[in-house]
Design a protein around this ligand. Structure first.
Ligand code: KIV
Ligand code: ZN
Length: 511
């Protein structure tokens, strides 16, 4: 009989903590909705006590996302736990995830507490969290560098206090698979009340071993794995969800375990996260990298043609990769467009559908073929739409070997048209200077990335930019068959996010 391993996704909490991955509330909601389609068991939606923004993000997800349990992280303090409880309260199933460090180095230097004080605080935190919900997870931060007997005592005590999940994190990514598996096995064998809770693991990837450690823990009896889409997270990241899930699926013979994840939603989840954060996945990344299913060598291609299983241990379709699926052309109507979007899981209201259809016609006019990836890019701005304070109305650019790059840009700014002309080091730079003149922005551009969405010279270009403003990083995305136009759209998208963030911060903090 196969055990079901729970998948606890922490993309929106640990993942979002990593530099450059910050998301606004609407983006978090879009990612959470995709995680629900992916059928993860738990979504850790954020750390509500960290900031009003974090609180609002968790609360919105708890209100709107149905299916998975919605968890909020809390330090082992009254204030944090109450805040997490308030944030997850609207969820049909809410979880409070409280933690305190248990390793000698953390207790002595960071917490300045004795082991007995830490134990007492952990128990109090769990008891308090249980007054708000029956679903309480406790994490022993830096568990891998914690004295094993003490870790067992803490585990037993928090289970007795009401913890329903106990998480054993490798906070600093120090463990080696065999050793980590033994640690989990020890807890499973030595903690007398361990059958009253699920033992979870949460591995960081500092030595590139997060997935291997998580799998070793599953073999040793862990019932929950904490992970993130594309493996994003603090420093070198967390265990990658897609790798853990597919390893359990492909090698269920070995693990005798499986997950409830809808694996055909993996590719879409990975692409959505890339698009929202601008964090591009390396081409050779397992499962979701661009080359993960590409077979270049003649010997491999020959083998594949004779029998797929010669070189393929899982099909691209099993992770939702239906690359270059021709879906629509320039003669396709609104009805076919809407039906295809629905099939791809994009549900838009009438106004959003109208806007997306106009963009589709524009793309279809310029490209011969429109693929699923193109459609995902076309609707991306609609599924987590923010108010468009600045919109691109017209743009004309001249550049070349013997011309000074010059851009004339007209924007609609809060409904009124404003225009500027500027010269720059290249056409994109000229366009950005014109936009900066109109908007008066003092945000600093820190990253600029161009990618082709599908193959061919007529492919849409997707541009990702990052701008820094007020100590925060904002990611902007734009797609268009013309990369100078895509660049302008990406920049405006980032600037609109800056305006939106300033306005929501002003609303939260009041006059
Ligand atoms: O890495 C870690 O220890 C954590 C805990 C808060 C679970 O992220
Ligand atoms: Zn972590």
């Amino acid at each position: 009989m196969s055990r079901i391993i729970r998948i606890f996704d922490t993309t929106l909490r640990d993942g979002e903590q990593c530099p450059g991955a910050s998301m606004n509330r609407d983006e978090k909601l879009a990612v959470a909705q995709q995680l629900a389609r992916l059928k993860v068991d738990v979504i850790e939606a954020g750390f509500p006590a960290a900031s009003p923004d974090d609180f609002a993000g968790v609360r919105l997800i708890a209100e709107q996302v149905r299916g998975p349990i919605i968890a909020g992280l809390a330090r082992a303090t009254q204030g944090d736990i109450a805040r997490a409880a308030e944030a997850v309260a609207p969820a049909l199933r809410g979880r409070i995830h409280t933690f305190i460090a248990t390793s000698p180095i953390h207790m002595a230097h960071k917490l300045k507490m004795t082991p007995e004080q830490v134990l007492e605080r952990a128990v109090e935190a769990v008891k308090l969290a249980r007054t708000f919900t029956d679903d309480v997870e406790f994490s022993a931060e830096d568990a891998v560098r914690t004295d094993l007997d003490f870790l067992c005592r803490v585990t037993e005590a928090v289970i007795a206090a009401g913890a329903t999940t106990v998480n054993i994190p490798d906070t600093v990514g120090y463990a080696i698979p065999e050793e980590f598996g033994q640690r989990i096995a020890h807890i499973m064998n030595r903690v007398p009340n361990v059958d009253r809770a699920v033992i979870s693991v949460h591995c960081h990837n500092d030595l590139g071993l997060a997935v291997a450690n998580s799998l070793a823990a599953v073999k040793a009896g862990a019932g929950q794995v904490e992970c993130t889409i594309n493996g994003i997270g603090e420093r070198a990241g967390n265990a990658s969800l897609e790798e853990v899930v597919m390893a359990l699926k492909v090698r269920s013979d070995l693990f005798g375990a499986t997950t409830g994840v809808e694996t055909t939603e993996i590719t879409r989840a990975s692409r959505l996260l890339t698009q929202v954060t601008g964090m591009v996945v390396q081409p050779n990344k397992a499962i979701v990298g661009r080359n993960a299913f590409a077979h270049e060598s003649g010997i491999h291609q020959d083998g594949l043609l004779k029998h797929k299983a010669t070189y393929e241990i899982m099909t691209p379709e099993s992770v939702g990769l239906t690359e270059h699926n021709l879906v629509l052309g320039k003669h396709s109507g609104r009805h076919a467009f809407k039906a295809k979007l629905e099939e791809l899981g994009h549900e838009l209201d009438d106004a959003a559908l109208d806007r997306a259809f106009v963009r589709f016609k524009h793309v279809a006019d310029q490209k011969k073929e429109v693929f699923e990836e193109d459609l995902d890019a076309i609707v991306a701005g609609e599924t987590h739409r923010i108010p468009e304070t600045y919109a691109l109305a017209h743009m004309r650019v001249t550049s070349g070997t013997d011309a000074v790059p010059t851009a004339s840009v007209t924007l609609t700014v809060d409904g009124a048209e404003k225009a500027a002309t500027a010269q720059g080091d290249g056409p994109v730079d000229a366009g950005y200077r014109a936009i900066a003149q109109i908007t008066g922005t003092d945000s600093r551009l820190t990253a600029y990335i161009v990618q082709a969405i599908s193959g061919g010279t007529d492919a849409q270009g997707r541009v990702t930019v990052k701008v820094e403003d007020g100590g925060r990083t904002f990611t902007g995305q734009g797609a268009d068959p013309d990369i100078v136009v895509a660049s302008a759209r990406a920049y405006l998208n980032a600037l609109n996010k800056v305006v939106y963030w300033r306005a929501s911060r002003a609303r939260m903090t009041g006059p």
